[in-house]
Write a protein that binds this ligand. Structure first.
Ligand SMILES: *Cc1c(COP(=O)(O)O)cnc(C)c1O
Length: 424
């Protein structure tokens, strides 16, 4: 029988997978002279080695050409956002005209709600998951209030119905059936940040549309993690950030999807000059005529320095392709789960769904014995170069990122937890 906890086993798994070499494309923080075991890609992904060259290219162009940099050479700034459009569309499973890189996640969420959350007296409500990421909750509550409605009644938060705090599709279906006639918008996560639960976007959109509401998605934890198939899922809109699994740096320019069927929409929007028809933008006329597609929601000329690292990241996603990456991800996270079941079940409880189809790379792990115990383990891990992240009151999130984490990293996590348990 294979001993899955043997170092040779992890080494063999790493050696057998050609995608293991992608790790060399990243700068891995050091701990005591060796690589850290970094499991925080759900918070800030690591720096691709190629990022610096793209940033320096912009700085050099600025130094040498100044304003001319908008119009000269390759990677000129005027159409710079177009450089990321097609690779980004491939990552999220969309058509190129359906995606744009702009702003930051919460800003995009607000801009999308300006167009797609159009409450009426009969239909004022937004449905989200209870315990949503605070920024999303603030955004939807403030939109409800902005339109003169009351978040206390018109922001509906669906409570978890499964033992670990996850939400069954049946519960979502019941909620949509119950509130359907009052629902204007369902804003749903691709992957819930706290539990790591992944949802079937197509099914969420189908149920939402059947109730006559708009289906919007927050894919902060889904993008670069799962195959999203946004176009086929029939999402109306989606937003995401690029600093988590997309490895594009702190505060990176975010992403936004608007389904093709809304490309030439008459819906109201907040407009800015960069969303105006490309061909006539520089006539500087007073009338706004939007560019068809997601780019029509742009406000400003984009922060080129903020977009530059995204190019490096997308080159890596294009090199591998999401299906192969996802396959590796399933095996990495599956190995983590196996090790916990075999050796650590008296320390850690897996909160994330056990079915690989209902999760991405992240496992949320509740530490038995309460908060102080959990904090002690978390700090022990960090002190030994194993970095996860902490969610109050007692959860450690471990997210093996298939682009740079190894089977060896995962074994090291398990060994470090074991040493802490046995040393107490
Ligand atoms: C990371 C994250 C955010 C962060 O929003 P920013 O506008 O990028 O600061 C918002 N929502 C969710 C669900 C997230 O995971």
């Amino acid at each position: 029988m294979t001993d899955i906890t043997a170092p040779q086993h992890a080494l063999a798994l790493d050696a057998a997978d050609p995608l293991s070499r992608l790790r060399d494309e990243f700068l891995i923080p050091a701990h005591d002279g060796a690589d850290q075991a970094y499991f925080c890609g759900n918070s800030l992904g690591l720096q691709p080695r190629g990022a610096r060259a793209h940033v320096e290219e912009v700085l050099d162009k600025w130094a040498a050409e100044a304003v001319e940099g908008h119009f000269t050479g390759s990677a000129q700034w005027m159409p710079y956002h177009e450089l990321v459009r097609e690779p980004l569309a491939r990552v999220v499973g969309a058509q190129a005209s359906e995606v744009v890189a702009m702003n930051t996640l919460t800003v995009n969420l607000h801009l999308m709600m300006v167009s797609f959350y159009r409450p009426t007296r009969e239909r004022p409500a937004i449905l989200i998951e209870a315990g949503a990421f605070p920024s999303d909750r603030h955004a939807v509550a403030s939109q409800v209030a902005f339109h003169g409605f009351d978040p206390a009644t018109d922001l509906i938060e669906l409570e978890a119905d499964e033992p670990n705090g996850t939400i069954s599709m049946a519960a979502l279906e019941r909620a949509i059936a119950q509130h359907g006639p009052r629902l204007a918008l369902v804003l749903w996560p691709g992957v819930q940040y706290r539990t790591g639960q992944a949802f079937d976007l197509k099914e969420v959109a189908r149920l939402t549309h059947a109730a006559g509401a708009v289906a919007g998605f927050d894919l902060a934890h889904g993008v670069g993690n799962l195959e999203l198939g946004l176009h086929d899922a029939n999402a109306d809109f989606a937003v995401w950030c690029h600093y988590k699994y997309m490895n594009s740096g702190p505060g990176a320019v975010a992403g936004c999807f608007v389904h093709e069927r809304h490309a030439s929409t008459e819906r109201p929007r907040f407009a800015g000059w960069w969303g105006h028809e490309v061909t006539t933008r520089f006539r500087m006329g007073p009338q706004f005529s939007p560019t068809p597609g997601a780019e029509g929601w742009q406000l400003s000329n984009p922060p080129i320095l903020g977009l530059a690292p995204l190019r490096a990241s997308l080159e890596l996603f294009d090199r591998v392709g999401l299906p192969a990456l996802r396959e590796r991800s399933r095996r990495l996270t599956g190995y983590l789960e196996q090790l916990i079941d075999a050796r650590l079940h008296n320390v850690l409880h897996v909160v994330t769904p056990r079915e690989p189809g209902r999760r991405g790379c992240q496992l949320s792990l509740r530490v038995h014995g309460g908060r102080e115990h959990g904090r002690a383990l978390f700090e022990h891990l960090a002190a030994h170069g194993v970095l996860g992240d902490w969610r109050e009151p007692d959860v450690i999130r471990i997210s093996p990122a298939p682009l740079y984490n190894s089977f060896g990293d995962i074994l090291r996590f398990a060994q470090t937890v074991e040493a802490w348990r046995d040393g107490r």
